[in-house]
Design a protein around this ligand. Structure first.
Ligand SMILES: CC(C)(COP(=O)(O)OP(=O)(O)OC[C@H]1O[C@@H](n2cnc3c(N)ncnc32)[C@H](O)[C@@H]1OP(=O)(O)O)[C@@H](O)C(=O)NCCC(=O)NCCS
Length: 170
């Protein structure tokens, strides 16, 4: 079984951007969804619905992971990430951290875990779309050596372009 197969990890201390805060990453379950939805609504102007998250939990190629404090794993999640792995590509669909916990390494811990999983599963690349105006997220991805590949004009609506970013392993 791969290390990811245990579906629960303490943070990878070598991930860039991590503080000394101890973060535990595990798979999300239905009980986490109210908190995940709360974080989603605080993060995005057009948030996913509860039904969207419920659907992701049923899809075999989808995974939602959450970050909780290592010393008290009963605490509500501080952030989440949703990814798909299909064929040789890992795609990040959604990632957000509660405003109270930003800039403390949570986003980096979630991203590090997904990159590690993608490598273990022999994916060739991790891809995502990010709003051109979302400088914190673009900076986070650049820190993990994602490259900005192309622009999708109007992807998020009029004047809201997406940048397609990719981390290629090979
Ligand atoms: C983007 C987001 C997930 C980052 O989460 P986070 O837990 O605050 O990020 P981290 O503390 O792990 O930061 C890691 C690195 O990301 C970059 N970063 C994060 N927030 C940043 C900010 N406000 N400004 C500039 N760089 C930032 C930095 O490079 C940082 O490393 P550093 O702290 O050593 O400088 C968070 O800001 C968020 O939830 N935003 C709203 C939702 C969103 O935009 N999601 C991404 C959609 S594509």
């Amino acid at each position: 079984m791969s290390t990811w197969g245990r579906r629960s990890h303490d943070l990878a201390p070598n991930a860039p951007g991590l503080s000394s805060m101890a973060i535990h990453i595990r798979d999300a379950n239905h009980r986490d969804l109210p908190r995940v939805l709360e974080i989603e609504r605080l993060a995005f102007s057009t948030p996913w619905s509860l039904q969207s998250f419920q659907r992701e939990l049923t899809l075999p190629f989808s995974r939602i992971i959450v970050a909780v404090p290592r010393l008290d794993e009963s605490e509500p999640p501080s952030g989440f990430l949703c990814r798909w792995i299909i064929a040789d590509e890992c795609h990040i669909l959604n990632v957000a951290v509660h405003p109270d916990y930003r800039r403390s390494g949570v986003g980096a811990a979630l991203l590090a875990m997904v990159i590690r999983e993608a490598k273990e599963k022999r994916a060739e690349a991790v891809t995502l779309e990010v709003r051109r105006s979302n400088l914190p997220a673009r900076q986070l991805y650049r820190k993990f050596e994602f490259e900005e590949r192309r622009l999708r004009r109007g992807y998020y609506g009029p004047g809201e372009d997406a940048i397609v970013m990719e981390l290629r392993f090979a």
